[in-house]
Design a binder for this molecule. Structure first.
Ligand code: NAD
Length: 302
């Protein structure tokens, strides 16, 4: 396979995703702004360029996995001091953005890429670091049918499920809706465990019932907020992420903006956004989002 891919953003998710592309036979050149991310990527066997421009020049595909929409737009467009990726890439390059960003930012990124003579799809992911490492991510893709057909085999080397959600930005719309469900359900599961503690239930007993009853959900059965029932969940390693509180606060902020701009009469989404904003601002920014259970315990009366 001679397709060359520039992979920018080698953080928790991007690093392992880039490695899966290498394993599938693609020629991958990575880049990150953080020395620690570069070192970790090199140690794992990835080829890393000294600048973003070096990684992107000549690449057939550019994948970005950045924290926010601002990072994506700035990297695409550049600044007074740094040329934008869109101006460096060869004509007709496929830009895939897998970061979780606002729908409006995804639309802007798409328009900028197309104006510069490139292809662009939004392809945010679900499945966390575990899925990124195992190559089992779920990709939610916003793209024209033609662009989706080009992107799909590349995404399939990093994911187990690739869903074409609709036109450009539809992938981000799906991601925001999914994570609103996740944020709300993690709060619900955590409140239930703390209530169970107060009522004298063991964690295992509640898990054994709810995981096979109508309370079953990913927040319970994969990312269980108490140690024990699911040995791989972040609760078993002192809530190291996983999916950091700062990212959940960010995603629920995107959901909140979208709820407001569309006028949806949602009540739980805005409450979850407020809870995770407080969690991230106080001490949960770098903690797995399931650590919200400790706040619920701490704020409960004896
Ligand atoms: P991260 O902070 O670990 O990694 C992001 C990396 O992007 C950082 O290393 C940063 O230095 C780099 N970066 C920023 N601007 C750059 C630029 N211009 N050029 C090169 N590198 C640049 O974040 P993450 O956990 O890997 O998440 C990345 C995205 O994926 C976020 O949008 C997040 O919401 C989403 N996401 C994360 C998870 C998860 O479990 N961590 C799950 C699903 C989706």
């Amino acid at each position: 396979m001679n397709t060359s891919i520039a992979f920018l953003g080698l953080g928790h998710m991007g690093g392992p995703m880039a490695l899966n592309l290498v394993k599938a036979g693609y020629i991958v050149t990575g880049f990150d702004l953080m020395p620690a991310a570069i070192e970790a990527a090199q140690a794992s066997g990835l080829t890393v360029a000294e600048t973003a421009a070096q990684a992107v020049a000549g690449a057939d595909v550019v994948i970005t996995m950045f924290p926010t929409g601002r990072h994506v737009i700035d990297a695409y467009s550049g600044s007074a001091h740094t040329p934008g990726l869109l101006s460096i890439a060869k004509p007709g390059t496929l830009f895939i953005d897998s970061s979780t960003i606002a729908v409006d930012d995804a639309k802007l990124a798409h328009d900028l890429a197309v104006e510069a003579g490139h292809l662009n799809v939004d392809a945010p992911v679900s499945g966390g670091v575990v899925g990124a490492t195992a190559g089992t991510l779920a990709f939610m893709v916003g793209a024209s049918a033609a662009d989706f057909a080009i992107a799909e085999p590349i995404l399939a080397t990093m994911g187990a499920r690739i869903v074409h959600c609709g036109d450009p930005s539809a992938g981000q719309a799906a991601k925001i809706c999914n994570n609103m469900i996740l944020g709300i359900s993690m709060i619900a599961v955590s409140e239930a465990f703390v209530l169970g503690e107060k009522l004298g239930l063991t964690h295992q007993a509640l898990f054994d019932v709810a995981s096979t009853a109508s309370g079953q959900c990913w927040a319970l059965t994969t990312n269980c907020p108490v140690p024990g029932p699911v040995p791989t969940s972040p609760a078993n390693r002192d809530y190291q992420p996983g999916f950091a509180g700062a990212l959940m606060a960010k995603d629920l902020g995107l959901a909140l903006n979208a709820l407001e701009s569309t006028g949806v009469a949602a009540e739980l989404g805005p409450i979850a956004a407020k809870i995770y904003r407080r969690f991230a601002d106080e001490n949960g920014s770098g903690v797995d989002f399931s650590g919200i259970i400790n706040d619920i315990r701490d704020n409960s009366t004896a």
